[in-house]
Design a protein around this ligand. Structure first.
Ligand code: NAD
Length: 430
């Protein structure tokens, strides 16, 4: 059955949720406070880079509208999804300002039964807080649901429409049926839990995945010290079904708008209950060291050859997105900017976003990978955009002043690179 749904917050998650729920046949009103964003969306312009989003929005335009008017959106919808940001604060705790404001605004508008669905990643017990807060302003019947989102930027549509599971934390039968109805055409396990467990599932998932990454990066360091090849080691352990093949890619560590903040968030959740989450603290530390060590490697090469020009390929925190929030590339460039090296940078999509995050000290942005690499002493691959794996590396070598290549994502074959004449280094091999 077609449901009328409001989505509060039209960022990476809100926009994907809105467009995908419209695709499933529901009637969607997307609300955002950012007038510029809403103006663009009304004209059919997508403010973020997410493959396929544009096409699917065009196809379902009849079922979706964009507005800054929260009152209208709430009044005409029976289900209200909250998808506002929950970033990290300076003290690394979870910043609930946007979430609390959104709940407060919605609570003031309620006049009849609505289902308030939280998709933002929030601390355990936020559902209880939400219920209490709404009751301050509205005395009627309503339901609160936790429905955490697991999509990955760069493959958001595929992840939303074909997820491994849908988690629904719900304590009200009517709301449960409405939620199951909304997702009825997605054939995947639906995990029905209490609200607190649903909230925790999201943090536990991200914490586990981050742990896998830090673990394989630690093994990569051991490989460097002992002479093993991390790609072979990862393959060898990945065949064990108890371990699994995914998330065993050694590199310069995780970044993005979710993993670092959710790891910090879960550590804080534990701290507040007087529990020292030692394992997760180590995961975070290993990740930071991975990036520090990488910068050390760059400096070591430049010192050895008396060079001063670095070319960085990739700015986004992963391929197929323009998102640079907590991107390893940004962290690495910031460290390099403390020196006097000249930094030449190229990314297929994320340059404009990166310019907002970085100071312009010693840095130049280029429109092509070839232009960026010209006359550099060391090439550093930070984000594994497919474009880089397919590039003519012979031409790249000829454009460089000196053929030093530090591959932070193990995208190239050490033997091939050496044959081409590169002094090639990667993570945990060669
Ligand atoms: P985002 O920053 O891209 O978007 C948030 C949007 O909410 C912004 O457009 C902002 O203007 C809007 N907003 C804030 N307060 C508002 C209000 N009161 N009314 C209307 N609009 C408001 O954030 P995001 O990356 O989409 O993340 C949203 C949530 O989803 C976070 O909790 C995040 O942890 C979680 N999440 C994100 C991802 C991801 O890959 N980005 C994946 C899973 C879960």
């Amino acid at each position: 059955m077609q449901r009328k749904i409001a989505i509060i917050g039209t960022g990476y998650v809100g926009l994907t949720t809105g467009v995908c729920l419209a695709h499933l046949g529901h009637k969607i009103t997307c609300v955002d406070k950012n007038k510029n964003k809403v103006r663009k969306l009304k004209k059919g312009i997508i403010p973020i880079y997410e493959p396929g989003l544009n096409e699917i929005l065009k196809k379902h335009q009849r079922n979706i509208e964009f507005t800054t008017n929260l009152k209208n959106a709430v009044n005409k919808s029976e289900v209200i999804f909250i998808t506002v940001g929950t970033p990290s604060r300076k003290d690394r705790d979870i910043d609930m300002t946007y979430f609390k404001r959104a709940i407060n605004e919605v609570a003031n508008l309620l006049k009849e039964y609505k289902v308030i669905v939280n998709k933002s990643t929030v601390p355990v017990s936020t559902g209880d807080w939400t219920k209490k807060e709404i009751k301050k302003y509205y005395k009627g019947d309503f339901a609160v649901v936790s429905n955490p989102e697991f999509l990955r930027e760069g493959s958001a549509l595929k992840d939303f429409l074909g997820p491994d599971r849908i988690v629904i934390g719900v304590e009200d039968k009517k709301a449960k049926n409405i939620m199951l109805d909304i997702y009825s055409s997605i054939k995947t396990p639906k995990i029905i839990t209490d609200i607190r467990s649903a909230e925790l599932i999201k943090y536990a998932s991200n914490a586990f995945l981050a742990t896998k990454i830090s673990f394989i990066n630690e093994i990569a360091t051991i490989c460097e010290k002992t002479g093993g090849d991390i790609e072979k080691v990862a393959e060898g352990i990945g065949y064990d079904k108890r371990i699994g093949k995914h998330f065993l890619k050694a590199g310069i560590g995780f970044g993005g708008s979710c993993f670092p903040k959710d790891i910090d968030g879960l550590i804080k959740i534990a701290d507040k209950k007087n529990y020292n989450f030692r394992l997760l603290k180590a995961v975070s530390l290993v990740n930071k060291n991975q990036q520090k060590n990488f910068v050390r490697k760059i400096k070591k090469i430049l010192k050895k050859i008396n060079g001063d020009t670095i070319c960085i390929w990739g700015l986004s925190f992963k391929p197929n997105t323009d998102d640079v929030r907590k991107s390893p590339a940004i962290e690495i460039i910031k460290r390099l900017q403390k020196t006097n090296y000249k930094i030449r940078v190229y990314d297929p999509i994320a340059i404009e976003n990166a310019k907002r995050e970085l100071s312009l000290k010693n840095i130049k942005f280029y429109k092509s990978a070839f232009e960026a690499v010209k006359n550099s002493d060391v090439l550093v691959l930070v984000t594994e955009w497919p474009e880089f794996s397919e590039i003519d590396m012979k031409k790249v070598k000829n454009l460089m002043r000196r053929p030093y290549f530090l591959d932070g994502r193990n995208q190239f074959e050490p033997k091939k690179m050496k044959k081409l004449g590169f002094y090639y280094q990667s993570i945990g091999r060669g």
